[in-house]
Ligand binder design. Structure first.
Ligand code: RIB
Length: 286
C-alpha cells in the first residue's frame, strides 16, 4: 500500500515533566519527584503519531540550536518523520512545563521560543503543501501561519484547534476536519462546514457533520499511566486513516484505539503505537 503523504505544520516543544501528588493552587508551592525531559509539542507529537500509523510525514516547524531542540529533532527522525523543513535557528526551543498529579490530571504551560519563528512563506513550502494528501495544523504557532497553510493546501486541511483561540471566518471556511476535545468544542461550537471530531478522554468520541452525529466510538479501556499526548495520537491516527481513504467510522475507531494505547507509557510520544499494534489491539478488543 502507498503511504499517505502528510504534512504537519506546527509546534515542537521540549516537555519538562514534573509529577506531583496534586497540582498546586494559586500562590502555592508543591514538592515533586524527579523531573524528566521528553520530546513533545502538539505538532511534533501529531507528526510522530501519523508516521507510526504508516503515513509518509514531513514536519514543518522550528527548534533552537540547543540540546532540547536536538532531542526533539532526533525523536522525529527515529520515527521516520522527514525533518528537512524544520529550521534550527538562533531562537531557543519552545519548552512546555507539564505538571501531572497522581490522579492523572495535568496542567501545561508553554514558554514560546522557536515556534514563534515558523515561517511558511518560502516557495518550497507551497510545493510541499500542494502535494500533500492531508495537512495538519494546531494552534501553537502564529495564526497567520495556519491561515497561509490552509490557503496553500489542496488535499484535506485538518486543524486540531488547541489551545483555544479565535477561529476567523476565513480560516473556518477552509477547514475540512476540525478536531477538538469536549472543552474546546464547548468554546467553539460548530464553526465549519467540514467534519467536526470531538474527543472526550476515555468517553465516547463523536464526529459531526452540519451538527449531526455521523460516527461515534468508545475508546478501548486500558490501564493508563500518562494521558499527555493521547489527543495528539488520536489526531495523527485519524488523519492518516482518512487520507488513506478509510470511512469516517473506521478512522474514528482506529484513532480511539491508538489514543488508548498511547497512554501506556510516560511522555507524549513514547507510547504512540505503530499501525500493526493498533490493528492487533483492535482485533483483540472486538
Ligand atoms: O498535547 C500535548 C502537548 O501539549 C505536550 O507535548 C506539550 O508540549 C504541549 O504542547
Amino acid at each position: 500500500m502507498v503511504s499517505a503523504n502528510i504534512v504537519v505544520v506546527g509546534s515542537i516543544n521540549a516537555d519538562l515533566f514534573v509529577r506531583m501528588p496534586r497540582l498546586p493552587g494559586r500562590g502555592e508551592t508543591v514538592s515533586s519527584g524527579e523531573p524528566a525531559w521528553f520530546p513533545g509539542g502538539k505538532g511534533a507529537n501529531q507528526a510522530v503519531a501519523a508516521a507510526r500509523m504508516g503515513g509518509a510525514v514531513t514536519m514543518v516547524g522550528a527548534v533552537g540550536a540547543d540540546a532540547p531542540g536536538q532531542m526533539c529533532l532526533e525523536a522525529l527522525q527515529v520515527s521516520g518523520v522527514n525533518v528537512s523543513h524544520v529550521v534550527q535557528g538562533s531562537t531557543p526551543t519552545s519548552i512546555a512545563l507539564v505538571m501531572v498529579e497522581e490522579s492523572g490530571e495535568n496542567q501545561i504551560v508553554v514558554a514560546d521560543g522557536a515556534n514563534s519563528t515558523v515561517d511558511i512563506n518560502a516557495p518550497t513550502f507551497t510545493e510541499l503543501l500542494t502535494q500533500a494528501d492531508a495537512v495538519i495544523c494546531q494552534f501553537e504557532v502564529a495564526q497567520e501561519v495556519v491561515l497561509v497553510t490552509a490557503q496553500a493546501t489542496r488535499g484535506l486541511f485538518c486543524v486540531n484547534a488547541a489551545p483555544v483561540r479565535e477561529i476567523s471566518a476565513d480560516l473556518a471556511g477552509l477547514i475540512d476536519v476540525l478536531i477538538v476535545n469536549e472543552h474546546e468544542f464547548a468554546a467553539y461550537g460548530n464553526p465549519t462546514q467540514g467534519l467536526v471530531v470531538v474527543t472526550a478522554g476515555s468517553g465516547v468520541a463523536k464526529v459531526y457533520r452540519n451538527g449531526d452525529v455521523v460516527a461515534e466510538a468508545q475508546p478501548p479501556v486500558v490501564q493508563a499511566v500518562d494521558t499527555v499526548g493521547a489527543g495528539d495520537t488520536f489526531v495523527g491516527a485519524f488523519v492518516v486513516s482518512l487520507a488513506e481513504g478509510m470511512d469516517v467510522q473506521t478512522a474514528l475507531e482506529r484513532a480511539c484505539a491508538a489514543g488508548s494505547l498511547s497512554t501506556l507509557a510516560h511522555g507524549a510520544q513514547s507510547g504512540m503505537p505503530t499501525v500493526q499494534a493498533v490493528t492487533a489491539f483492535m482485533q483483540d478488543n472486538k
